[in-house]
Design a protein around this ligand. Structure first.
Ligand code: C5P
Length: 353
């Protein structure tokens, strides 16, 4: 029997449960990717993170996250996680168990639930298995989105034991991007990126995503940025004094659908650092621009890239021709996908059920 699982579009193939946490269930959630349309990076803080002002945009490229819950199956709470590699993937071993962010999400969720709710059910074995389509370590937020999908599934199964704030706190503790994926759509992120303010959806954007077969580790990219930046007393951060104003201009262009205005305001302060680690990406950005995109940018810490096209038709055409315009050596390393960013994919999913 299929019924609605989480609050945001999951579905359940399992036994209906009468009391939260007492019968087995298999819940499936779709976990979308994101790109950053704007990413201003401030100074390194004492906790090692950097202050950010960013604009997240959800894109319809999904991992499938399956959460199986078997109450009373183990000696106590047991958490397992595994993932299958996406079709385009760097040669990385995908982490399993509590090394996988989604496995850790299950563990942290249960710890918070046991602390804050009057939960009286039996301990369960919780198994997360992920079919990856979002490239890993690519700047598309796949791991963070998988973790948020686990939260949605467990909130649905256990009857929303965590309030909004408690859940946002657990999400922020897991990683800077996880809180965004509890909202999805289009949202501004501040502080480490975990303070989220949803933005009303304007028209969706025609994009060409460049999915990489190689990885960049986020901490390496931030470290490179610190090295590239001017140091010493009085050495300001270029552009950091007015990112709020620039973001406001971008948001106005987005809500009116003026794509030339959007193109002019796209920004990623991590791009220079990502390009200095993978210089050939600069050629790929040029190829996107030469193939009809109004602008092209690295997404987050990279190495995935995206181009903003004037129309979806043009995005399709660009995706078709751009590979032929890449320098030799980059050819098989990037796969281009045309799509319309879908600012509220989970709400849209809900309509399907
Ligand atoms: O929180 P998350 O695990 O996604 O962050 C990975 C790494 O990226 C951090 O350990 C840090 O080195 C860097 N980072 C940062 N500032 C942010 C977000 C991430 O320096 N706002």
């Amino acid at each position: 029997m299929a019924g609605r699982g989480g609050a945001t579009g999951g579905y359940t193939d399992g036994h209906r449960h009468t009391r939260a946490g007492e019968s087995s269930a298999v819940l499936t959630e779709r976990a979308p990717a994101k790109v950053n349309l704007f990413l201003a990076v401030g100074s390194r803080r004492s906790d090692g993170y950097h202050d950010l002002l960013t604009l997240f945009e959800t894109v319809p490229l999904y991992d499938e996250v399956r959460v199986t819950i078997r109450p009373g199956a183990g000696p106590g709470w047991v958490f397992r996680a595994s993932a299958t590699a996406p079709s385009i993937a760097p040669r990385l071993t995908l982490p399993t168990g509590l090394d996988n962010l989604a496995g850790r999400a299950a563990e942290r969720f249960v710890a918070a639930m046991l602390e804050t709710a009057s939960f009286s059910g039996p301990p369960a074995t919780i198994e997360v298995s992920i079919t990856k389509r979002i490239p890993v370590a690519a700047g598309l937020g796949g791991g963070s989105s998988d973790a948020a999908a686990v939260f949605r599934a467990l909130q649905g199964y256990y009857g929303n034991p965590l309030g909004k704030e408690a859940l946002a706190g657990v999400a922020a503790g897991l990683g800077a991007d996880v809180a965004f994926f509890l909202h999805t759509g289009r949202a501004v992120g501040r502080s480490r990126g975990e303070k989220i303010e949803p933005v009303p959806a304007g028209p969706p954007l025609p994009l060409v995503l460049g999915l990489p077969a190689f990885a960049l580790r986020t901490p390496d990219v931030y470290r490179r940025l610190d090295l590239l930046r001017p140091t010493g007393p009085g050495a300001g951060l270029p552009g950091w004094e007015r990112p709020e104003r620039d973001l406001a201009v971008l948001l106005r262009s987005l809500s009116s659908g003026r794509l030339s205005g959007v193109a002019a305001q796209l920004r990623n302060d991590l791009q220079e650092a990502a390009l200095s680690l993978r210089p050939e990406l600069a050629e790929a950005l040029k190829a996107l621009r030469r193939s009809g995109c109004l602008a092209a940018l690295v997404s987050g810490s990279g190495p995935s890239i995206f181009g903003l096209a004037p129309t979806l038709e043009q995005a399709r055409e660009t995706a078709r021709v751009v590979s032929g315009r890449l320098p030799a050596g980059l050819g098989g390393e990037l796969e281009f996908v045309p799509l319309l960013s879908r600012p509220d994919p989970l709400a849209a999913l809900g309509e399907l059920h």
